[in-house]
Design a protein around this ligand. Structure first.
Ligand SMILES: Cc1ncc(CO)c(N)n1
Length: 220
């Protein structure tokens, strides 16, 4: 099965994400709040693209049942994870203006661009394969963190998002969809896309930890 092969191929990349200092510090409560805020702002930009890509893939999908599932994923994302993050922004005093004025960091830009590229080069199956590690890795990270609470309530609230049943249920649908669109002809390409997304996931933690920025300010 495609998802088994892809999972096996990314074992070490996923382990590195699960053990990344960002995640360890989040659980221990030692992650600087400024770093968490920065992550949330970058991730908000990321999640908006994530939703757009699901919608775009849905419009290009020839199977009505799969198109409906992709649209539903976009809606679930907006009503679920993106809405939960709004409550974090309120608690932390992060305003829409602050978000709008924060440029998308290089790794974040590269990651979302990779997702669009996957749709452009490998079609709807490419987009599905590229988006799958986003859901699946976070569910596994949540599972790994569930054994011990973080002493910082908002860090624990973040962890709880990824162990909640609505999130893990959506995960199973994603796995089934990925296996439905994988064929003997496209499987190797989909696997490469999945691996690259997993690599970007790992880089995303480091981006947040480093407060990564462009060397030269963005043109206005
Ligand atoms: C970068 C990234 N990957 C995956 C998820 C989970 O949807 C997220 N919120 N952010």
């Amino acid at each position: 099965m495609f998802t088994d092969t892809a999972h096996e191929a990314t074992r070490s990349l996923w382990l590195a994400s699960k053990h990344h200092p960002f995640i360890q510090q989040l659980q221990a409560g030692t992650l600087p709040m400024a770093t968490f805020r920065d992550y949330l702002i970058q991730d908000h930009h990321y999640l908006l693209e994530f939703g757009r890509l699901y919608d775009l893939a849905a419009t290009q999908c020839s199977r009505p049942d799969q198109a409906a599932q992709l649209h539903a994923n976009a809606e679930d994302l907006r009503h679920g994870e993106i809405a939960t993050r709004e409550t974090f922004f309120e608690k932390l005093g992060i305003t829409p203006a602050m978000i709008a004025n924060t440029p998308v960091a290089p790794t974040n830009y590269a990651y979302t661009s990779h997702l669009y590229r996957s749709l452009a080069t490998a079609g709807v199956p490419g987009a599905i394969a590229g988006l799958l590690p986003c859901y699946w890795l976070y569910a596994e990270i949540g599972e790994g963190l569930a054994t011990k609470d973080s002493p910082i309530p908002i860090y624990q609230a973040w962890i709880d998002t990824y162990t909640a049943s609505d999130y893990t249920d959506a995960m199973s649908d994603q796995l089934a969809l990925a296996n439905a669109v994988a064929t003997p002809d496209n499987q190797a390409e989909l696997c490469q896309i999945f691996i690259r997304s997993s690599w970007y996931e790992l880089n995303f933690w480091q981006m947040a930890l480093d407060h990564e920025q462009w060397c030269v300010p963005e043109p206005s």
